[in-house]
Design a protein around this ligand. Structure first.
Ligand SMILES: Nc1ncnc2c1ncn2[C@@H]1O[C@H](COP(=O)(O)OP(=O)(O)OP(=O)(O)O)[C@@H](O)[C@H]1O
Ligand SMILES: [Mg+2]
Length: 317
């Protein structure tokens, strides 16, 4: 049976939905002569799935690396807003505010500090411990919140034991949400690719993120696996209330599951809006036409635009 009422909040911030959670402000990043990102600004709203799309080499992973602290942009600022739990565990007040809202400038912080603030991510290539079980990999996702020493945990007594049990409960909820029960004790390396990607999503979720960054979580999947993954991302979003920044190539998936889309091309932000706005944007169509394109969603958008301009010409003629 799937339990959908969670004892632990899997979301690590109490920011009310609709408020800005992440602000990318005039960010530029260079590698020698390569301009990976040029003057990028956009805002991610709490409660949204925010997609970042663009052709190969557009700068999507670089942008995620700037947010998670692996790269430090030469210009601009990235700010994360979080809110504490309301005092005494009181329910959220009527105007939607909770505890104190804090703003953190991420731009020059080390990755582990950004992770501690609640920014969790998955990587374009799977980064899990292949010989360890699913459960062990997920428990490792919790290490950042563990206060007792590893030695104490190994000796398994007193507070360390209680802490371990508490973490275990939260991990069990992640296993339940992502339906990993059947593989919990299997080594990650023995699992199908699609399930490994789901474990990676789970590990990021175990951090109780304020914001979840996913770098192409559906890359290399067939249509059915992609559909599955999209559903799990939506579950994370809708049931665990976690805000998500999602990099994805497949336009169909993006248009289906995102609330907002930012489009990068050659390191520049060429569009930012709702999926419908972005799909109809000539600059976006142009960028995707210039790139290799076997994407039905783009072909459809291009065909629609061609039809419209033909109709316009016929009207004139
Ligand atoms: N560590 C690095 N050193 C040098 N150049 C880099 C580095 N990381 C990224 N780049 C360059 O920055 C540009 C953007 O790369 P990035 O990986 O961010 O693109 P992407 O949109 O994620 O592409 P893909 O869809 O292929 O994953 C590319 O020209 C890339 O070669
Ligand atoms: Mg990339």
């Amino acid at each position: 049976m799937v339990v959908r009422a969670y004892q632990h909040s899997l979301r690590g911030s109490h920011l009310p939905a609709g408020q800005p959670v992440l602000e990318v402000d005039a960010v530029s990043l260079r590698f020698g002569g390569v301009k990976a990102l040029t003057d990028i600004s956009f805002t991610v709203t709490e409660g949204h799935v925010h997609a970042v799309i663009g052709p190969n080499g557009a700068g999507k992973s670089s942008l995620l690396n700037c947010i998670s602290g692996l790269y430090h942009p030469q210009e601009g600022e990235i700010r994360l807003h979080t809110a504490d739990a309301p005092a005494g565990g009181a329910p959220e007040s009527e105007n939607g505010t909770t505890g104190e809202v804090r703003t953190h400038t991420l731009t020059s912080l080390a990755p582990y500090k950004i992770a501690r603030l609640g920014v969790a991510r998955s990587f374009q290539n799977i980064e899990l411990f292949a010989h360890m079980t699913v459960l062990e990999n997920l428990m490792l996702g919790r290490h950042i919140h563990m206060k007792k020493s590893v030695l104490a945990s190994m000796l398994w007594f007193g507070p360390a034991r209680n802490q371990e049990i508490e973490h275990r409960h939260l991990v069990e909820e992640v296993i339940d949400l992502l339906q990993l029960q059947a593989v919990r004790n299997k080594p990650v390396g023995s699992l199908a690719y699609g399930i490994q990607k789901r474990v990676e999503l789970g590990r990021a979720l175990c951090l109780q993120p304020a914001l979840l960054l996913l770098d192409e979580p559906m890359a290399g999947m067939n249509a059915e696996e992609k559909e599955d993954m999209a559903r799990y991302i939506l579950d994370v979003h809708e049931l665990a209330h976690v805000s998500v920044v999602l990099i994805e190539h497949d336009m169909n998936v993006v248009m289906d599951i995102s609330d907002r889309v930012s489009v990068l091309d050659f390191g520049k932000l060429i569009a930012d809006g709702t999926p419908d706005e972005v799909k109809a944007d000539p600059a976006v169509i142009e960028a995707y036409l210039g790139a290799e394109d076997d994407d039905p969603a783009v072909r459809e958008a291009v065909a629609l635009q061609e039809q419209a301009s033909e109709a316009e010409e016929n009207d004139r003629g």
